[in-house]
Ligand binder design. Structure first.
Ligand SMILES: Nc1ncnc2c1ncn2[C@@H]1O[C@H](COP(=O)(O)OP(=O)(O)O)[C@@H](O)[C@H]1O
Ligand SMILES: [Mg+2]
Length: 331
């Protein structure tokens, strides 16, 4: 099932009137014109506007990516959303309840940006404590703890003290703690941080799987390419403001924006002809890479290269990435 199909096949909420988009989407997170200003310095005279009026909704069943470079205001927004700090102005709602709402926390699994784990606790203890805070106990808690530790790939280190764990293992422990109570909503602040490429992929797969099982996931990251494959919708934050928001399939241009042809045996004459056509020509370790906007000009360029005796090593059509979109829309 593609993500689009998955997003569209979410069970709709019972509605009394005629079906409308608002009747079929349940809003689990709602943030309205949220602002946060920090006063810093000895006399608290320096003002840092960390979040400058952020508004978005997250609907049941979706994976929502909260993106933006370091310092954009993601963590500050998430702290306001989870009730860790109070907004300077604006409102945040979880499950329709104004934050901080104790009952909303019951259905929420939260992974903070740099989860602090007491150095002498083990992953098993951290996860069990998280379950206890959500009212779990006894054999059910013990077996669920092992289940999530196994799912996160750290069951083998379940009884190792946190001070002996790598950053990636602590991150997995934090994710297991967020999942243990089977929450409807996960809020994850940089869930892939501290993980190697394989670990990042595992967390992406985990997010995708948890969503397929009915959980709603809101997560932040500063690495745009991490999320392309999994998000239904994104908001891109820059300097405290949302600069891009919407469904990925609507935001990214689906067509080929650029084609890169790698050639060997390029004669000086051919190189000059390609340059005359205004193609971007770059030398790279014994080969020549020709970059062409779009794809219409690709067949004639190829013919020209082959006729001139060049060898085609590779041809890569490139679609727009989130990074391209960010540069196009936000900078
Ligand atoms: N407690 C704080 N006091 C002062 N400035 C802060 C505080 N927390 C965050 N900031 C500032 O707010 C801005 C946004 O930070 P943050 O929300 O952590 O960004 P992100 O999570 O997107 O990297 C940064 O400029 C950061 O230095
Ligand atoms: Mg952050």
């Amino acid at each position: 099932m593609t993500q689009t199909e998955r997003a569209e096949s979410q069970p709709s909420e019972p509605s009394s009137g005629a079906p409308s988009p608002s009747a079929t989407t349940e809003t689990l997170i709602s943030v309205k014109d949220l602002k946060k200003t920090f006063n810093i310095g000895f006399f608290k005279s320096r003002v840092v506007e960390a979040v400058k009026g952020v508004t978005f909704d997250v609907h049941r069943g979706e994976i929502f990516g909260f993106l933006g470079p370091n310092g954009a205001g993601k963590t500050t927004t998430i702290k306001m959303l989870t009730g860790l700090i109070a907004p300077t102005s604006g409102d945040a709602y979880l499950f329709g309840k104004r934050v901080p709402a104790a009952e909303a926390r019951q259905n929420l699994g939260f992974l903070p940006e740099n989860p602090y784990v007491y150095p002498y606790l083990t992953p098993r203890e951290v996860v069990e404590m998280s379950g206890q805070l959500s009212g779990m106990k006894g054999a059910a808690l013990r077996s669920r703890t092992m289940e999530v530790l196994t799912k996160l790939g750290i069951a083998y280190a379940a009884d190792r003290q946190a001070r002996r764990l790598s950053k990636g293992m602590l991150q997995r422990t934090g994710l297991a703690a967020a999942l243990v109570a089977d929450p409807e909503l996960l809020i994850l602040d940089e869930p892939m941080s501290g993980l190697d490429p394989v670990g990042r992929k595992e967390v992406r797969d985990l997010i995708f799987d948890e969503c397929a099982q009915g959980r709603t996931i809101f997560f932040s990251t500063h690495i745009l390419s991490d999320v392309e494959a999994i998000c239904d919708r994104v908001a891109i934050l820059r300097e405290g403001k949302v600069v891009v928001m919407g469904a990925l399939r609507n935001l990214l241009r689906g067509d080929v924006v650029r084609t890169e042809i790698t050639l060997a045996n390029v004669s000086l004459e051919l190189r000059q002809t390609l340059l005359n056509k205004n193609y971007e020509v770059t030398d790279r370790a014994g080969v020549v890479v020709v970059a062409i906007d779009g794809e219409a000009q690709v067949p004639p360029a190829l013919r020209m290269a082959l006729d001139a005796g060049a060898q085609v090593i590779e041809l890569v059509p490139k679609k727009e990435t989130l990074e391209d979109l960010f540069i196009r829309r936000a900078l």
